[in-house]
Every structure is written in structure tokens, then in C-alpha cells.
Design a binder for this molecule. Structure first.
Ligand code: EPU
Length: 421
């Protein structure tokens, strides 16, 4: 298994380009199922999770391709023959976002058989709200042999009030509703920019969606959609991670393509830590502080502080001047980076869903293990600051969501390399 080796102490300098958003690419690729013909997606990040979603689509009978050379950010998904509306356990168990094919499949083919995703490292992560929405639209749902089976001759518009705000749940039900008969109103929706981006893509395909990116989404069903050509928005979490990299090393980095409107809560928090952040024409410039101030943060749904940035901010707080209280309100088990940060000298106490981080003068490099995607990022960030050598193992987690992070950081002057197994 590959490892990342990082030697800390180099303030990052220069410019870095943010890739396309993983969590927008995944539902958008699944939405290709909604139309016959070839859809073309640009700015698609080259990530393990994207490869998995393309595999899910291929297994069903879609043609998929990633172009090469100067067009290596382009993926094509073509539906030109029969589709087997089934997502097998082997793929869903490696990526729970595979469940995003459920809505499009039942809407378009009247039937879907998708392996039920299990829990994962960060929490139980049920999909009851996805199923509640599909049921409301008239799908008949059964659970057999670990698979969710959904059937509906024709979905019908309905009002769905989500009991829990869910990103992929909102996306799944929205993708089903675009081909339902009549009007669907989704209430208590996730407002993440990735949900808005999916609505934008669906509308380009011919859907009639209003309110994507707000808590109430209204969808007037249409008979058919057309394929689309779309460039995916930049990844706000990758941008935020690179911003913390500048902050934790006391560097000065232009994070190109970072979209300030998607990063408000992160920008505000990083400013409180002492960073200077300015919007420039090409992105956000982050100058890290000499002394990092401690800040408190609670993760909440967008536009609140994202759970996907909690581990990275905690990495920064390990070296802050003072004590920081970090509360995680989205996932029940998202502090797996804490024991690993302890190995680097961090002083963190967990009390339920809250971590109390007492800033230490210095971190020291150590062998550590990645446990999930964002946890891995926080360990790399801590390694950029630590004295000596940090070896991050199990970085297949990192590769699920960051496109060649070590190369981007090396270009900024970090002493970091990947060691192949
Ligand atoms: N939940 C339910 N029932 C449901 C759905 C969700 O109880 O039917 C609960 C979850 O267990 C969780 C909360 O609702 O406690 C929010 O989960 P949500 O459904 O919003 O998460 P998700 O859609 O599975 C997406 C991202 C995650 C990100 C979360 C929260 C994708 C592919 N994944 O997951 O991204 O953390 O939203 O913002 O969009 C990551 O990129 O590292 C990552 C984990």
C-alpha cells in the first residue's frame, strides 16, 4: 500500500489549482442514466471514487471513457443499448455514493436493484430518507438479500419533507422526480453547492427544477431528458484543505478556482485563526499567521461549517495558541484522526461529539494511519507543520477524494513524496 512521507517546516508559497468537485461529479455522473445518448463532463477530478462510479455505470451497460492528454479532465458516459438497472454489492461496498444511481434508475427504467450500503468509518449513514422520498413518489421498495429493490411503472409528483437534511438523499430524490408525472416539492433539502450544481445540470438536460441550493426544491416532471455537456464546479473542500495547508505552514498561497461564495464559513473561521484571505481574480490568496489563534467550531449543514473540513481545521488547532472546542454534529464517529494526531504530540480530549484541542508548541513527525478521506488530509496537514518525518499509511483513503494532493503540495514547496508499495 502506498504511503506519503512528509517532512514539516516549509512555509508553502505559490499557486495551486483546485480540481473539480468530487461530491458534484458523483451525482452528476449518475444523472447520465436519465437520458439516452452521450453526455460529456469536463473538469472531472481523477479520483478513485470517480473510477468507482464509472465502473458502476459500466456494469449496468453504459459506455464510459476518460479522455487523455490535454482532455484528461473529460469523462463521457453514453447510453446506447440496454441497461441492467443493478448496482452490485462489490462496488457499493467500496463507495456508498453508488446509491445515487437508485433515483435515476427507477425514474428512467421503472426498476432498480442496488446493494444497500452498510455503515462506514465515520458513522452508520442510513439511507432511510432516500427511500422515504422514492416511496412518496410512488416507488414500491423492498429489501431482499442486502439489496434495495425499487419498482414503479411511472413515478408521480409528491411533497416530501425530509426528516434529516441529507445531501445525497436530496440528490437521489431530485433525480427521480425530474421524470415523475406532475409536480414534486422537496422540503428541508440540503443546500450544499453540489446539490445546486446537480440541479443546474439536470435543467441543462431539460428538467424543470427551481430552488436547487435552497431548502425547498420544486420539480415539474418532464417526459424525457437529453444528454449534456457540462464542466463541473471546483471542489470547495479541496480548496479549503489547501487553504489550511497555507495556514498551518505560515505560507502565502493563491488557491486558484476557489469560489468564495461556497467557502464563506471556512473563510470566516480561518480569518479568526489569524489568516489573511483576499479574493483575487483567479482565486483566494491565503497568508498564514505567525501565531495561530484558537477558534471554536461546530459543523453543520451548508452554509454552516462543513463536516468535511472538521479534521483539517482540527489539524490546524493542534498548534494554535490556546484551546479550541470542535463539535461534530453531522456524523457520530468523525474523530478517527484524533488518536493519530496524538501520536504526533497533539493534546486533544474527546467528550462525546466534542473535541477539546489544547494547542501545543510543536508537533513531531510520526508514522500514522489514515482512517477515512478527510482524516487522511488532516494527518498530511499536521505533517506539513511537524518537526521531522511523518509517514501517512493507507493513503488509498486520500486518493478517493484528492487528486494527487502530494504533487500539488510539492509544487508549493512542501517536502512530501509518495512511496509506492
Ligand atoms: N442521514 C440519515 N438518513 C438518510 C441520509 C442521511 O439519517 O437517509 C444522516 C446521516 O447518517 C448523517 C446526516 O444525515 O448523520 C447527513 O448525511 P448526508 O446524507 O447529508 O451525507 P451523504 O449524502 O451520505 C455527503 C457527502 C459527504 C459529506 C456529507 C455531509 C457525497 C458523495 N458525500 O454524504 O462527503 O460529508 O454529505 O456534508 O456527497 C466526503 O467527501 O469526505 C464525504 C464524506
Amino acid at each position: 500500500m502506498d504511503k506519503i512521507i512528509v517532512k514539516g517546516g516549509h512555509p508553502l508559497q505559490g499557486e495551486v489549482v483546485v480540481s473539480g468537485a468530487k461530491n458534484a461529479a458523483l451525482p452528476i455522473l449518475a444523472s447520465a442514466l436519465l437520458a439516452d445518448g452521450k453526455s460529456v463532463y469536463r473538469n472531472v477530478p481523477d479520483l478513485a471514487d470517480v473510477v468507482t462510479m464509472l465502473k458502476v455505470l459500466e456494469t449496468m451497460g453504459c459506455g464510459t471513457a476518460r479522455l487523455t492528454g490535454r482532455q484528461k479532465d473529460v469523462c463521457e458516459v453514453a447510453i446506447e443499448g440496454p441497461i441492467t438497472p443493478e448496482a452490485p454489492y462489490d462496488l457499493v461496498k467500496t463507495m456508498r455514493a453508488s446509491v445515487l444511481v437508485l433515483g435515476p434508475l427507477v425514474a428512467r427504467f421503472g426498476r432498480a436493484r442496488v446493494s444497500m450500503p452498510g455503515g462506514c468509518a465515520i458513522g452508520a449513514r442510513p439511507i432511510d430518507q432516500h427511500l422515504k422520498g422514492l416511496k412518496a413518489l410512488g416507488a414500491d421498495i423492498t429489501l431482499t438479500e442486502g439489496y434495495v429493490e425499487a419498482r414503479a411503472k411511472q413515478l408521480k409528483g409528491a411533497t416530501v419533507n425530509f426528516d434529516v437534511i441529507t445531501v445525497t438523499g436530496t440528490e437521489n430524490v431530485m433525480m427521480a422526480a425530474v421524470l415523475a408525472k406532475g409536480r414534486t416539492v422537496l422540503e428541508n433539502c440540503a443546500r450544499e453547492p453540489e446539490v445546486e450544481e446537480l440541479a443546474r445540470v439536470l435543467n441543462k438536460m431539460g428538467a424543470r427544477i427551481q430552488g436547487g441550493g435552497t431548502s425547498v426544491i420544486t420539480i415539474d416532471g418532464v417526459d424525457a431528458l437529453q444528454p449534456v455537456d457540462h464542466a463541473i464546479l471546483p471542489d470547495r473542500i479541496e480548496a479549503g484543505t489547501l487553504m489550511v495547508a497555507a495556514a498551518i505552514t505560515g505560507g502565502n498561497v493563491l488557491v486558484k478556482h476557489a469560489q468564495p461564495e461556497h467557502l464563506e464559513s471556512v473563510i470566516l473561521k480561518l480569518r479568526e485563526t489569524g489568516c489573511t484571505i483576499t479574493a483575487e481574480e483567479k482565486g483566494l490568496r491565503v497568508k498564514g499567521p505567525k501565531v495561530v489563534n484558537s477558534v471554536d467550531v461546530k459543523t453543520t449543514e451548508h452554509p454552516g461549517f462543513p463536516t468535511d473540513m472538521q479534521a483539517q481545521l482540527m489539524g490546524l488547532m493542534t498548534v494554535a495558541n490556546g484551546t479550541s472546542v470542535i463539535s461534530e454534529s453531522i456524523f457520530e464517529n468523525r474523530f478517527m484522526h484524533v488518536p493519530e494526531l496524538h501520536r504526533m504530540g497533539a493534546d486533544i480530549t474527546i467528550q462525546g461529539h466534542t473535541a477539546v484541542v489544547k494547542g501545543v508548541k510543536k508537533l513531531s513527525g510520526a508514522p500514522v494511519m489514515a482512517t477515512d478521506l478527510r482524516a487522511s488530509a488532516s494527518l498530511v496537514l499536521a505533517g506539513l507543520r511537524a518537526e521531522g518525518k511523518t509517514e501517512v499509511a493507507r493513503i488509498y483513503h486520500l486518493d478517493r477524494g484528492y487528486e494527487r494532493l502530494e504533487r500539488k503540495l510539492r509544487k508549493l514547496g512542501a517536502d512530501i513524496r509518495r512511496v509506492k508499495a
